[in-house]
Structures are given as C-alpha cells and as structure tokens.
Design a protein around this ligand. Structure first.
Ligand code: XMP
Length: 506
C-alpha cells in the first residue's frame, strides 16, 4: 500500500482516490500521527497544506524514518517542506499562483516524469514558491512563472512537485502518479472490487463465525452494500431492520422492502410512522426535529434488535470519509448542521461493531455494489438525508404536510426520470414552504402552500451548484404539481449554490 501523510490540504482525499483508481490500496494518516514504516508500505506521499513552511507553527515531521527506505513524493507543501528542511529557500511569492500553468521544461528521462510532454498543463495552487533548491536536489521541471515545478533528490527515490497531479486539470497528473506508484514504488495493481469482496467476505467469516449480526437498512447504497457483503459471509445470521419513519419518499418503504427480500436478505420492515409523527408534534426548529427523529429511530431500532435472541454485533455502513481523521491547521470548524446519521447508535446497545466499508470511498462502494449485483435503482439513487422529508417540510411536521410533499416529490422525481435528467443530477427533492399564497383556479380564489424544487450537481455534497433544469421540464412539472396535488398552488425553483446556501433548506 501507499501511505499518504496529510498536512491539511483540501486535495488529500483526491490523491487517495487517484491512487486507488490505479487499483492500489492507500491510506491517509494525519502528519501528527504518522505510522511507523512497515513492510507493506511501498511508498509515501506528502500532501499539500494551507500553511507556509516559514511559519513558526507550520506542520512539521521527521522524514528520516521514510526517506531513502521507500520512495517519497512531496506534493506542493510536501515538496516545500523537504526543501526547507534540506537548507533550501521557500518564500511567499508576490502573487498567489492559482490555476492552470504549462511546463516549459521537463526532464522525461527521470522516472517520475516519464511520458510527460513539454507544455503539459498542470494545476497550481500555492502561495509560497521554492526559490532555491538545496545541494543535491535536481531540477526536473519548470513553468514560465515557477522555476521549481518538480525536483528529484540525487541518490534516493525522493521527489517533490509543486503542482497538483491529483486534480484533473493537471492533464497528465495521472501519469505522474502512475509513474510513482506503479513504476517507482512497484505496487501491484490488484486492489479491485472483486479482490476486495473476496478478502472482505473471508475476513468477515473469520471475525463473525457463528455470531448473529443486526443491521439497520436505510434504502441507501452504503447500508445495502454492507448488508450484501455480510449476507454473503454469514447468510441468515444477518438480521436486517428497515424502519419506516413516515418521512420516506412516496411508496418507497414497500418498494425497497420488496427489493431487499428479493435479494434474499433476512429483513424485517417496521412501520413506526405514527411514533415519529408523535415525537415531532409541535417541533419547529430544524435541530430539534433532527434530534427527535434520531432519538425515535434509536428507540425503535433498539426494541426491534432486542427481539432477536443472542445478537452480538451491530453492523454499520460507515465509509472511509467518515473515518479519516481530519487535520485541522486553521482552527476548529463550526457546526452548520448536526447531520447526525440516523444510523448512529448509542453505547447502551453494548454490541460489538462491524463496519465492512470502513476503507472505501463512496464511488468504490458503488463499484462493489455493482459487482455484487445490487439493483440499479438502489445503486443510482440520489442521496437522501437520514431525517428524510422531515427537513424538507419547513417548520412543524404533520401527516397531512407529509402527504402533500410526498405527492409533489413523486411527480418531480418521476418527471426527472422520464425526461432523462435523473442521472445528470446529484441530488433532487422538493421542499414544502411554511407560507401560503393566493391563487385562482377556475373562478375560485385559492390560498394554498408554495413548494420549492431543488436540483444540484455535486461531487461529495460539500459544495454544490444548482442544476439548469430545461424550461420545458419546469413548465410540465409545475403544471402537473399544481393541477394534481391538492393544497399546492405555486411552484418555485431554487437557484442557490452551496456555499453560500446549503443543499437542504434546514
Ligand atoms: P447540506 O444541506 O448540509 O447537505 O448542504 C449536504 C448533504 O447531506 C445531507 N444531509 C443529511 N444527511 N442527516 C443525513 O443523514 C442529516 O441530518 C442531513 N442533513 C443534510 C443532504 O441531503 C446532502 O446530501
């Protein structure tokens, strides 16, 4: 595997994804708890950072345990750090270099830059510049504005690059990473969904033996793939529970339950809608609603789990981004929304936890699901928040408001599929606003609810852009909604990106 040491760059996870796209396993660790070198670590990549090496408080790390023993590649800050420690000179540049640049000198005789072409486009994002290399550091690439775009340390397989090979705007970045990971570190490219499934199932069999496992299914990709893996390993000893919180999409509880049963999973569907509505009664504040939904889920799940005799394990669909310890070099971040995953359970269940997807990114979970034969409707489903329609009905929730929003959402999502737009969009949904507006239907005055439609493109939900829905689609769907859903007389479209807005309205 490749060890990636994180100095707090926004791109660190992208480096990991690119390495894994080469079918090579890698792990991210914070620089402050860098693991010791073990025989399975074939190379080390040092990430970028928002810091400057000349700052007193800049992240620092003794590289002697790695350098000269395995190949090392410093990217941006990682490259600057090795220069700074080697006695070279790194200085804040007059202008922060950000964006595309082109290599006007490349030494492609050096193994790291094999097949990299002159004029290759690279992505720069740095405030500091390497002004002078230490002795024994060889210059191997430049751009017109940055002389030291890449270097190699003589006599050892240690390299530094100022540009970001992990960003797709570095058009030959993947070749640089392949050169490093495959040719220089000699990693074998055998980390594929199939080998992951084989190894994981075998590992689960050893770990779980004849024990019983309980798992909460949500209808989403993660919990479904986790269930399939564990089911493959231990069959009927996996007990799945699928709770209807009354805040799912129209008809989804029965549909998804049928699919799970069809897949051979041992699944129990529990309709607890009324209990959730009762817990939500009178609550208006988004965080209070989230808490009530989370708490009720735990109560229901706990009761159901206790009906299964002799359960030892709780399975969860935790994925790698939830596990990576984030490096904070710019101070703690504020909580915008509590986002608690309804799958999270308290200690009182006293069960051991098994998390078969802990090492996977979301796109890898999808690949594993696909390889396992997971139904396309689950695999391609848009993300849906744990609290469901509960955070799309602004203000107080009533069963009647849920019914209205389910109808609207159903027409909207159906329409997106019919118009071939669903797969173009990362996430879409309708929001029921807590205001009424005047309308006219026939000769009658109406005073009814307003709904907003939202559709965004995104990679990971951290940032998002609103999707330009075709007018023709908007005309058709707004008509359908107003004509068919009793209680709604106005439809608006949300054209806010994140930031500064968020994807959900609450
Ligand atoms: P925001 O609204 O923060 O949403 O831009 C980003 C992503 O997170 C989902 N989301 C949630 N998921 N529990 C969840 O499990 C929550 O409380 C929650 N709030 C937002 C949202 O749907 C989007 O995919």
């Amino acid at each position: 595997q490749i060890l990636i040491l994180d100095f707090g760059s926004q791109y660190t996870q992208l480096i990991a994804r690119r390495v894994r796209e080469l079918n090579v396993y890698c792990e991210i660790h914070p620089f402050s708890s860098a693991p010791a070198l073990t025989p399975d670590i074939k190379g080390v990549i040092l990430s970028g950072s928002p810091c400057s090496v000349s700052q007193g408080s800049a992240p620092d790390l003794d590289l002697n345990p790695y350098r000269g023993k395995v190949p090392v590649l410093g990217v941006c800050y990682g490259a600057q750090l090795m220069v700074h420690k080697g006695g070279g000179f790194v200085e804040p540049s007059n202008v922060r270099e950000y964006g595309r640049a082109h290599l006007n000198m490349v030494n492609d005789k050096i193994d790291l830059l094999k097949e990299i072409t002159l004029n290759s486009q690279v992505w720069m994002s740095h405030g500091d510049t390497i002004q002078r290399l230490p002795e024994g550091y060889e210059l191997i690439a430049s751009t017109p504005s940055v002389q030291v775009a890449a270097y190699k340390i003589s006599g050892e397989p240690t390299y530094g690059i100022q540009f970001h090979p992990e960003v797709t705007h570095s058009t030959e970045g993947k070749t640089v990473l392949r050169n490093f990971v495959v040719h220089i570190c000699e990693c074998s490219q055998d980390w594929t969904p199939t080998t992951f499934i084989e190894e994981t199932v075998e590992g689960l069999q050893q770990q779980l033996g004849n024990d019983k496992v309980v798992l909460g299914l949500s209808g989403g990709v993660d919990s479904s793939v986790a269930a399939m893996l564990i089911h493959k390993a231990i069959g009927k000893n996996l007990y799945c529970i699928f709770v209807n919180n009354g805040l799912l999409r129209k008809g989804e509880f029965q549909e998804v339950l049928d699919q799970y049963q069809h897949m051979g999973l041992n699944v129990r569907g529990v309709d607890a809608s009324e209990r959730f509505y009762a817990a939500l009664h009178g609550l208006k504040d988004p965080e209070d609603k989230r808490k009530a939904i989370g708490r009720t889920f735990i109560e229901v799940f706990d009761e159901e789990a206790h009906r299964i005799e002799g359960v030892d394990w709780l399975a969860q669909g935790t994925i790698y981004p939830d596990v990576i310890e984030s490096v904070s070099v710019t101070g703690p971040s504020v909580t915008i929304k509590s986002h608690h995953n309804v799958g999270g359970l308290p200690d009182f269940m006293k069960l051991k936890v098994v998390e078969p997807l802990r090492s996977l990114f979301k796109d890898e979970v999808r690949l594993v699901g696909k390889t396992l034969g997971l139904d396309l409707t689950i695999l391609r489903r848009h993300p849906f928040p744990g609290p469901g329609l509960g955070i799309r009905i602004l203000g107080e929730i009533t069963p009647e408001k849920v019914r209205i929003l389910q109808e609207v959402d159903d027409l909207y999502v159906r329409g997106l599929k019919e118009f071939g737009l669903y797969d173009e969009i990362w996430q879409a949904g309708a929001i029921l606003l807590p205001i009424q507006s005047v309308g006219v239907m026939g000769d009658e005055r109406t005073y009814e609810a307003v709904v907003a439609l939202r559709a965004v493109t995104s990679v990971d939900g951290m940032t998002a852009d609103w999707y330009p829905l075709p007018y023709e689609f908007m005309r058709e769907i707004s008509n359908q909604i107003i004509n068919r859903v009793k209680g709604v007389n106005r439809v608006v479209y949300d054209i806010s990106s994140k930031p500064p807005a968020t994807i959900e309205w609450e």
